[in-house]
Design a protein around this ligand. Structure first.
Ligand code: CAA
Length: 390
């Protein structure tokens, strides 16, 4: 039994495991090779209730807690972290943001489709020139009567090709730079002027789709503003606070898969007349992986409990993501080492975990950004910034 998990969390993990045994495990290697996002399996997750876990029953969801959602994401990531990336963005970075910041009309309009899988959600903040420095975004939204006209380019947009709805951030006040004057918009796929552009070919997470978006005179009615005009950067940051707990869960799932597979391999593979698991060199690697996973699980589920209780999670989410993502990278490296030459081939899933793990230290805020968030909570924000933006 896992001491960190409640009964409801363990039940959801058993259910996700059974779902993956039927719909994910047999296909994951091929999806990875083909860079294929299995939209039909995603929709099936909606039909079976997994997409609605943290969405209230009033909006077509199951009304379960954020912690139960995190347990589902952790389990899904053990099977296919790429597919889990689509799941995490759909919920943490999209649907839960609408739940927190949307008007009643927006929630009624969009949450049922997001809960049942008929609509896939995407989050569009990053631009070609700015990732970590998110408030330097240049995409502009100019007011024209009751509409905004959006122009610009977004990059690294998970789920973009199949998405039905985008949560997109643009500058509504041209006189501003930085965090002020940014507004969040809900933009439906197919809106004229919104084009899904270049596909990004990634080293890992290849069963999630990543594209650029080009906005060229994209007209969006003012009713599609999420939250308050000019307050979009705070919406983005608060969304990412919760999103980072999701990435921690994803990293945790990858690390657990690496440990499970290393144990199986080490018990089966013989060298010098005995299973390699009998050698201390292997045992120490396994012990370190298990210890780091234990700590990552404690940090991740503690952060999830804080979020479920409505407490601020910027600090807890940053700590969980920072620690769990390093754990995932190191566990993938050590698991691959234990697999030896076999680990370097596509005969074992560990090479995929190795590729998938790395990005958990990069997306939804790099490890360096997590350290900025944690340290600002301790020593404050610098008063003046270096004026490098043009
Ligand atoms: N919650 C609420 N408000 C917040 C906040 C938070 N967590 N963080 C900052 N703010 C507010 C501040 O209080 C401030 O408001 P006031 O001006 O009213 O005081 C305003 O936002 C600006 O804050 P900062 O001056 O701290 O902003 P900054 O420009 O220095 O940036 C940062 C801070 C932490 C570095 C931020 O830019 C950041 O998190 N960068 C990383 C971006 C990121 O994670 N991108 C990932 C994109 S999604 C993705 O990865 C794709 C995917 O599909 C998986």
């Amino acid at each position: 039994m896992d001491v960190h998990l409640t009964e409801a969390q363990q039940q959801v993990q058993e259910a996700v495991k059974a779902f993956c045994a039927r719909h994910v495990d047999p296909f994951v290697a091929q999806w990875d090779k083909d860079e294929h996002f299995p939209l039909e399996v995603f929709r099936k997750m909606g039909e079976e209730g997994y997409l609605g876990i943290p969405i209230p029953e009033a909006y077509g969801g199951a009304g379960e807690s954020f912690e139960v959602y995190i347990a589902a994401l952790d389990q899904l990531s053990r099977h296919d972290a790429g597919f889990a990336c689509a799941y995490a963005v759909h919920l943490s970075a999209h649907a839960l943001s609408i739940l927190e910041f949307g008007s009643e009309a927006q929630k009624q309009q969009y949450l049922p489709g997001l809960a049942n899988g008929s609509v896939l959600g995407a989050f569009a903040l990053t631009e070609p020139h700015c990732g970590s420095d998110a408030s330097a975004l240049r995409c502009k939204a100019e007011k024209d009567g009751e509409h905004y006209v959006l122009t610009g380019t977004k990059q690294w947009i998970t789920n973009a090709k199949s998405a039905g709805l985008f949560l997109l951030f643009a500058r509504t006040d041209a006189a501003t730079t930085g965090a002020k004057g940014i507004t969040a918009f809900l933009i439906e796929a197919g809106t004229p002027g919104l084009k899904v552009d270049r596909k990004t070919h990634k080293m890992g997470m290849r069963s999630s789709e990543t594209y650029d978006l080009v906005l060229d005179g994209c007209r969006v009615h003012e009713s599609q503003v999420l939250g308050v005009v000019g307050e979009g950067f705070k919406i983005a940051m608060k969304t990412l606070d919760g999103g980072r707990i999701g990435i921690a869960a994803q990293a945790l799932g990858i690390a657990q898969a690496c440990l499970d597979e290393a144990r199986t391999f080490a018990n089966q593979r013989e060298a010098f007349g005995q299973p390699i698991a009998r050698f201390q060199a292997i045992q120490w690697k396994i012990a370190d992986m298990a210890k780091n996973i234990w700590a990552s699980r404690a940090l991740t589920y503690q952060a999830a409990s804080l979020k479920a209780a409505g407490k601020p999670v910027a600090d807890a989410g940053a700590k969980a993501k920072l620690y769990a993502s390093r754990t995932a990278r190191e566990a993938a490296n050590e698991s691959l080492q234990i697999h030896g030459g076999y680990g370097y081939t596509d005969e074992f899933p560990v090479e995929r975990h190795y590729r998938d793990a790395k990005v958990t230290e990069i997306y939804e805020g790099t490890s360096e950004i997590q350290k900025i968030v944690i340290s600002r909570g301790l020593v404050g924000t610098p008063k003046a910034k270096v004026p490098v933006r043009t």
